[in-house]
Write a protein that binds this ligand. Structure first.
Ligand code: PEP
Ligand code: MN
Length: 337
């Protein structure tokens, strides 16, 4: 249930309304917008008579939100969520580019790629140190050694870091090195992990599950938000369909749908969506045209030797060309990169 308060309402009245809602059994989250204060009342019972709230002094409007997600919804928070990180802000006019290899492999690889992507205009260095591989025999990542390498390569090139977390026990370790926790597609519904990330104060990038509906994805974001962490960004990385010519199917429509339903920023990952390097550029252009707030692109200087996802990694010159082209599309729709 969303409770919109009257404009210019005093603090005492706000407290009274919150107290009433709590007495009715709701958990209350307050959102202070530019124009109005909105209360999100969580835990609505199907038979609750919302007129009990409508009649309270200081309440302007009350409505149930039909979607099961509340804190992630536009009705709860009208303004776009903006996530400030260093000199960058995710969710503003600038489209932020995350780039780097699939996996952190060694020092030379990380420093080479970090310099290439930073020079071309990326702001955030990606790379997994803990890899969720389909096969237990495939490269699983360098662990803490990999975290140190990505941090050092990022610092040397004035970049921020995003890296994947697989389980809640890794929060402190990964938190020492990263600026953003990445929750991968395979963990989108790892609810204990999401709850624990909700108690941290670092932004979380939540990738869409392999076969997740947009509603399920937003419900997963709700786990993080309802545990206190408001800095969540959603990453569309393709979903599994009947199509076999591409690795996954890039759901470009998810970008405007999420923007309509939610205030959270959306990042598009065409690399994992399509899985083939020659098709990453057209999907990146489509994502920018559709309004994405960020792009995540895999890049490798020697993809044939990459320990994971080489076939979808752009070569350095392809990444430079991609940056040029996405800038042109961004300008057409009044945004910048
Ligand atoms: C990744 O970003 O390297 C990754 C494993 O992605 P996803 O979780 O989308 O498969
Ligand atoms: Mn990958």
């Amino acid at each position: 249930m969303v409770v919109v308060l009257e404009k210019n309402i005093g603090d005492k009245l706000i407290e009274d309304i919150i107290k009433h809602l709590e007495d009715f059994g709701f958990a209350v989250h307050k959102s202070t917008g530019v124009e109005q204060i909105v209360l999100g009342a969580i835990g609505v019972k199907p038979d609750f008579d919302i007129r009990k709230v409508k009649v309270l002094d200081g309440v302007s409007e009350v409505y149930r939100i039909t979607e099961p997600f509340k804190l992630a919804s536009r009705s709860f928070k009208k303004e776009d969520t903006k996530i400030k990180l260093g000199n960058s802000c995710i969710g503003e006019n600038e489209i932020i580019v995350f780039a780097g290899p699939c996996s952190v492999e060694n020092e030379h690889q990380m420093f080479t790629i970090a310099e290439i992507v930073a020079t071309a205009g990326a702001k955030i260095l990606r790379g997994g140190a803990f890899k969720p591989r389909t096969s237990p025999y495939a490269f699983q990542g360098l662990g803490e050694e990999g975290l140190k390498l990505i941090r050092n390569a990022a610092d040397a090139n004035n970049l921020l870091v995003v890296t994947e977390i697989l389980e809640a026990t890794q929060i402190d370790l990964i938190g020492k090195y990263t600026d953003i926790y990445q929750v991968g597609a395979r963990n989108m519904q790892n609810f204990p992990l999401l709850k624990e990330l909700g108690k941290t104060n670092k932004p979380v990038m939540l990738k869409r599950g392999l076969s997740a509906t947009i509603e399920e994805w937003l419900m997963s974001a709700e786990y993080i938000l309802s545990n206190g962490n408001k800095d969540v960004m959603l990453c569309e990385r393709g979903i599994r369909t009947f199509e076999t010519y591409t690795r996954n199917t890039f759901d470009v429509s998810a970008i405007p749908v999420v923007h309509k339903k939610s205030h959270l920023p959306v990042i598009a990952d065409p690399s994992h969506a399509v899985g083939l390097r020659d098709k990453v550029m057209p999907l990146a252009l489509a994502a920018v045209a559709a309004g994405t707030d960020g792009l995540m692109i895999e890049v490798h200087h020697d993809p044939e030797k990459a320990l994971s996802d080489g076939p979808q990694a752009l070569l350095p010159n392809q990444f430079i060309e991609l940056m040029k082209q996405v800038k042109l599309i961004a300008e057409v729709i009044g945004r910048k990169i």
